[in-house]
Write a new protein. Sequence first.
Length: 594
Amino acid sequence: MLRLIIEDDEGKTTVVPLIRDEITIGRKEGNTIRLTERNVSRRHARLVRAGEGTDHTIIVEDLDSYNGIKLNGDKVAGKCTMRPGDLVQIGDYSLALQVDPPTGHTGDQPAVKGDAPTIVATSRASDDAPTALHHVDDTDMLPADLRGRLVVVSSNLGGQTHELGRREIILGRTDENDVVVNHRSISRNHAKIVVRDGQFTIIDLASSNGVRVNGEPFGTVTLVNGDIIELGHVKLRFVAPGEHYVFTPADIDDVEVPGSSGNTFRLVAIALVLAGIAIGTFFLVRPNKPVAPDPKGIAGVQSSNAPVSDSGPVDVARLIAEGETHLSQEAWTDAQRVFDRALQATPNNEQARAGRERAATESANQHNFDDLRRQAAESQWADAYMGLEKFPTGSVYSPRAQELLKKIEPEFASSELQRGRGLIEDGDIAGAREVQHDLATRGFSEADKLAKEVKAAEARKPKDLAVAANPSVPAPASRNPDVATAPPAPPSAAEEPRRGKEDREKEYEALINDGVKAMVRGDRDAAAEFYEKAMRLNPDSKVPHQRLCTIYKGKGNLERALKHCQKWLDRETNNAYKPAIQQSIDQIKAELNK
C-alpha cells in the first residue's frame, strides 16, 4: 500500500493512506488534505495515482498556486512525477511516498476513501521519534563511476568518508539513516541528498541546526565539487564523482560555536604557538637588507581583498574555470550553478556574469531545439520548419538546427502541397491559393505545381454563358430594318458582385504580400496593420489570424494573441496542425492566469 508522509517545518508528521485515485491539497476547506499554513494556496495541488500494481507512481499537479511546488528541491511548473524516495515541498510541508511501512507505524489518520473526512496535518512528532519519511529502494543504486563522497574535515570526526551510492540518501544521527554522522548537533534525520542527471542536491529536512554550504544557509542547493557542507557542528567536504581527494590533518576546519570556552582556549593556544613560531623564524632568517613587499600577500597568504565566506576564501578563479568546462560540455545547468556561486562571492565579476548569461541562453536554445527535433520526429513538419527557420544564429545548436532544417524542407513542402490539393478538393480555392503563395515566398518548386492545379480548378468553375447575361457578346442585329437595334445590355446584377469580389481578392493578396515584406524587414507593427486589413477583407481566411497570433504573442500582447490564435484554430483545415495551435493557446491562457 502507498502512504503519503507529510511533515511540516516543526517536525509534525501525518501519515495518509493513498486509497483514492485522486486527492486535492490546499488551505481551503473541501480539499482532501488541508495544509493550514499561509504559504499554501486555497487549492494548491492535486495528486493522481498513475501506476497500477507495483508501479508506485503519483502525478503531482500544481493548481496555479501562488508559491508553486518543488520536486527534490527544483521548482516545477504544471505536473511532475513523484515516486518513492522523491521529496515534494508545498509551502512549509514536505511530502514523501512510503511503500508498505513497518507494522504499527500507520499514524492516527483514517483512510482516505469515498467520502472520508478531510485530513488535516496536525499530529506532532519529536526529533527523536521514529519516522519513515523517506523510503529508499535498495535496488536504486548508482554505478560505481557515478558515486560521490562526503569526507568529514572537522576535528570531531575528521577523515570519516561516506560514499554516496544511492540516488536518494538520508543523512542523520541515528542508525536508520543511509549516512550516519553520530554527533549530538546532528538531527535524527538531518538532510537528504538526491542525485538526478549527475547532479547532487542536498535538502534540509527541517533539522534543528540547518544546513550550510560554504558558510551560507540553504534549504536546498546543488553541490559543486569541493563544497564544504556544515551539518550542525560537523563539516564535510563534497567530492564529486571522478574527483581525487585525500584527507590530511592540514585540512581540518572546525565549525565556530559561539560561547564555547573550550574552542576559545583552543584558538588562543593555537595563536600563541603560531606567534612563537613567527618570532623565532623572524630572528633566524632576518635579512640584511629590506625585502620588497609581496604583491600577492605576506608569506603567500591570500590578499585581504579576496572574496571570503564564513568557511574561508572562495576560489573564484577555480569556479569560473569549472564553469567554462561545463560550457564546453554543454552542461548548462551545472554552468549556471557554478557561475552563480562565483557571482555570490564577486557580484561584479564580468566573466562570471557573461558565462551565466550564455549558459541560460543556451539552456533555452537546447530546450527549443529538442522540441523542434521532437516535432520533426512526429512529422509535425509545419511547426518544425517554422521553428527552425527562426532559430537564433550564433547558438551552439544553430549548425545542428540548419542541418535539421535541410532534412525537413522537402517533407514540409510536400505536406503543404498535399494540404493545398486537399483544399482544392474541398472547394476552398482561396485557401489553396494562400498555401501556394506561402510556398512561392519560400522558393519551393511545389508552388509551381500547386499554382497550375489552382488555375485548373478555377477554370472548371461553371460559367454563365447566356448571351443576354454576357455583355461581351453583342446582341444579334434585327432582321427587320424598321426595328431599331437594341443597345447593349447593361451588366447583370450577378456580374457586379463578381467583379467586386475579384478586386477584394487582389487587394487581400497585396496586403498579405505587404505583411510578409514587413516581417522580413523586422517591422512587426507594420505587418500587423497589413494583416488586420487583410482580415477585414476576408474574415474567413485563416492566414491573417495565423500571422497575427504569432506577432502579438511575440510582442507580449497576450489577449490579442489569444483572440487570433483561437480564430486560427477555428479556421484551420489540416487536423495535423491543430494540436500545436491548441498548445499555443493553452500556453497563452496559462500566462494570462498567472
